[in-house]
Design a protein around this ligand. Sequence first.
Ligand SMILES: [Fe+2]
Length: 350
Amino acid sequence: MEQFPCDGSTRVRAELEVHDIVDTSVNETDAVPGTVGVGEAIEDWTGDARFFEYSEAADPIGDGVISAIPAVSFPAALYAGGPSRIVPLDLSEELRTPYPATSPALLASFVRINAGDELSLQPNATSQLLYCIRGRGRSLVDGKVVRWKEGDFVTLPATTAATHVAERESALYHVVDTPLLEYLGAVASTPRFRPTTFTAEATQAKLAEVASAPDADRRSRVSVLLNNRRFDQTLTATHTLWAMFGVLPAGRTQLPHRHQSVAVDLIVDCLPGCYTLLGDRIDSGSAQIVDPIRVDWEPGGAFVTPPGKWHSHHNETDRDAHLIPIQDAGIHTYLRTLDIRFSTEESSSP
Ligand SMILES: [Fe+2]
């Protein structure tokens, strides 16, 4: 795009160009308010315009005009066996979208690839995040090879065509921001980062470091956040996606918290007796969730945490459990709308 520095001569030039355009496209003597002239044709552009009295349209979320985001679980049985395939965690019916979506901005999928098989993906996405649930393989990305194994994360930018090849039976958790682009009517065309691998060894080493810190018992989370150094303001895995690898220690309960991003959580491992509580309100005395619903964890299963819902994670077993929440918190942080809160702040506030 041509740049116009702020000086008088250039401004005159810009005004002349606008004047020229008006002269060639609209016959001012025929112009009618609410219509646009294109050559000799006059088209009525008012047909889709309408108005509401303020209170009728001020809160489409609260009024249920736009659908709520449901708290839904997806079992590991969806990809436990069978042929190589993509299993979208599709809530498009609940979200009333004409395209697959797990949340308004994200589509999460299980990807099963049997040994020796390959599967190609080229989503319209600014960001792809892959986590290797099990197995081992490689991805051919723009003529280069990215290797992965159980516990590795890989992020891929816009326009990436990747062929994923399994060297043994493999399962991947794949999250993209395609629904956000579908909603915008946009095609991602500019890579904002390079393909990036967060290895299992590096992730687990950082988690061990965090867990062994003297104040780990007093922290609300024992977790690591993935960050691509190119996003040094949002501190997220990509500019749209946020990803965490966390441990829920045996016998521990994490304090409730909430945020406006939607989470699509993957449970890595757990024993029966690990679960998440979800609800709309916090008891001001106990700082616990009032009338919660319970979502039980399952190794390899996933579930959706809606925006703004209070949620707390519970481990009533004698073994540590691990989870990977992935959220659209990159874009929320950029928009300054993440609004993360913890129940202790809420219950102690006046
Ligand atoms: Fe959360």
